[in-house]
Design a binder for this molecule. Structure first.
Ligand SMILES: Nc1ncnc2c1ncn2[C@@H]1O[C@H](COP(=O)(O)OP(=O)(O)OP(=O)(O)O)[C@@H](O)[C@H]1O
Length: 450
């Protein structure tokens, strides 16, 4: 999937990493300010390093400058001063439209163009880049598959024929279409229900484990930040960095009172959001296949002293979670049962697993891996044991936080080493104040900025 990178102007020559699996780019904001002319700048002399191939979450109170900072990276908003450097290239000097073709952008509710089909929406940037029809069509199918939408079923649909979660998946596929090294996500899952949100988060984790993009993600939801982020930036008003660290360090060692208040009282429970279902031992389940003799399956359930069997389709995906009573209503196991069973992905957090069980009033949940394949069951007891282990252990061996500060002053917890590296990499360049051209605003509103 990285073959397009060679033609990508913003990858530059300054290779950020020697790891070939990382297709992301390093982003450095150098003393970036955005002054809209209000009482104080929306973002004030912000210096921030976003490491290649990592997911960095922006959180903070409303109006603290998260979206402004994000949109300065793809120049939907022009900085008043400062430089933004992506893999060695100063993008503040580049043509903004061209730049945006190489930066994926996902906004709330997908931002799909309603008069275009799913395939046409995904193809927007590849078309602008002059790809031929065959390559575009193959890419569309590859991306639909990546975001778990069957290409033959969804390619020709219009956005109004999709659920909110499906629209958001297409939004992610569209942002990834030209294999950009950077993905900017502005509250992408803010408009969907909690269960769909959890599934979309799991899919992003799965996609990121395959692609290693540099993802910058704005959210209001601190639990989402903990779950998705390699790093979290907690901002205060004016784009002031209060802490830039790993999720566990922020939970275990909040830098100041502001961060403590922001995390709230549930820090202990929130650490559950850090642990993944894939890290715990799953329980085996009684499995059944459509067409099997239901009496046989009922016997297996009784012999195993459990309450349910999991019915799996040909692709090993669960299509039902049934008791002997439900099974024995027919002679043969059916191809479909009620899909109301607790289901979580292997990359879900233990917090998500507990939620799924509570919502279903069950002490167990089904776990699926890649492409929905059933892996086993997670139980309440497993989650409780994992909770006990997490709370008895302190975060250790956490990597040094990337650079991040405002106006030359380091964040409260930054050590002197960070401060040294800040000095070295600060740049004096500044770009003239300029507002985003009208065309950009139109693109954004129509969701065409990708
Ligand atoms: N186009 C604009 N003109 C003037 N002021 C603006 C403009 N856009 C944003 N601001 C102001 O800049 C500040 C930062 O806004 P921004 O949208 O970046 O914050 P945010 O942290 O993303 O907020 P929220 O969490 O509410 O989305 C706010 O005070 C906002 O009112």
């Amino acid at each position: 999937m990285s073959e397009n990178n060679s033609a990508n102007p913003i990858l530059g020559t300054d290779s950020a990493t020697d790891d070939p699996s990382i297709t992301g780019a390093t982003i450095i904001l150098e003393e970036v300010t955005k002054d809209y002319g209000g009482a104080q700048p929306a973002v004030d002399h912000l210096t921030l390093e976003i490491p290649a191939g990592q997911t960095v979450m922006f959180v903070g109170p409303s109006g603290c400058g998260k979206t402004t900072t994000l949109k300065m990276i793809n120049r939907l908003i022009e900085p008043t001063s400062g430089r933004i450097v992506i893999n060695g290239d100063d993008v503040t000097q580049m043509n903004g439209d061209k730049l945006r073709r190489h930066i994926g952008y996902v906004i709330q509710a997908g931002g799909l163009l309603p008069h275009m089909t799913v395939a046409e929406n995904i193809a927007i940037v590849p078309k602008l880049l002059g790809w031929d029809k065959k390559r575009i069509s193959e890419r569309v199918d590859e991306l639909l598959d990546l975001v778990s939408l069957e290409p033959s079923e969804y390619r020709s649909r219009y956005p109004k024929e999709l659920s909110g979660g499906q629209q958001q998946r297409v939004g992610v596929a569209r942002a990834l279409a030209a294999d950009p090294p950077v993905l900017l996500m502005d509250e992408p899952f803010g408009a969907v229900d909690p269960i769909t949100r959890q599934r979309l988060q799991d899919e992003l984790i799965h996609i990121q484990s395959e692609l290693h993009k540099t993802v910058v993600f704005v959210t209001h939801d601190f639990d989402e930040a903990i779950k998705l982020g390699d790093w979290i930036v907690i901002f205060n008003v004016g784009g002031q960095i209060m802490q830039y660290d790993t999720p566990d360090q922020i939970l275990a060692n909040p830098a100041n009172e502001f961060v403590e208040d922001f995390i709230g009282s549930g820090a202990g429970l929130r650490q559950l959001g850090l642990a993944r279902v894939s890290a715990v031992q799953l329980k085996e389940a009684v499995r059944a296949r459509p067409g099997e003799d239901t009496r046989e399956v009922a016997k297996r359930i009784r012999d195993a002293k459990v309450r349910h069997a999991v019915v799996l389709d040909l692709k090993e995906r669960p299509v039902g979670w049934v008791t002997p009573k439900q099974l024995l209503r027919t002679d043969r196991v059916k191809t479909k049962y009620s899909d109301e069973f607790p289901l979580v992905g292997a990359s879900s957090s233990l917090d998500d697993a507990l939620d799924a069980m509570l919502v279903a009033g069950s002490t167990e949940a089904l776990v699926h891996g890649k492409r929905g394949r059933f892996l086993g069951l997670i139980t309440v007891n497993t989650v409780i044991r994992a909770m006990e282990e997490i709370s008895s252990k302190n975060p250790e061996d956490t990597p040094d936080a990337p650079m991040g500060h405002n106006a030359g002053a380091s964040t409260e917890d930054a050590d002197s080493e960070d401060a040294d590296s800040e000095d070295e990499s600060q740049a004096s360049g500044s770009s003239p104040a300029a507002e985003a051209p009208e065309a950009d605003a139109t693109l954004e509103n129509s969701g065409e900025s990708v």
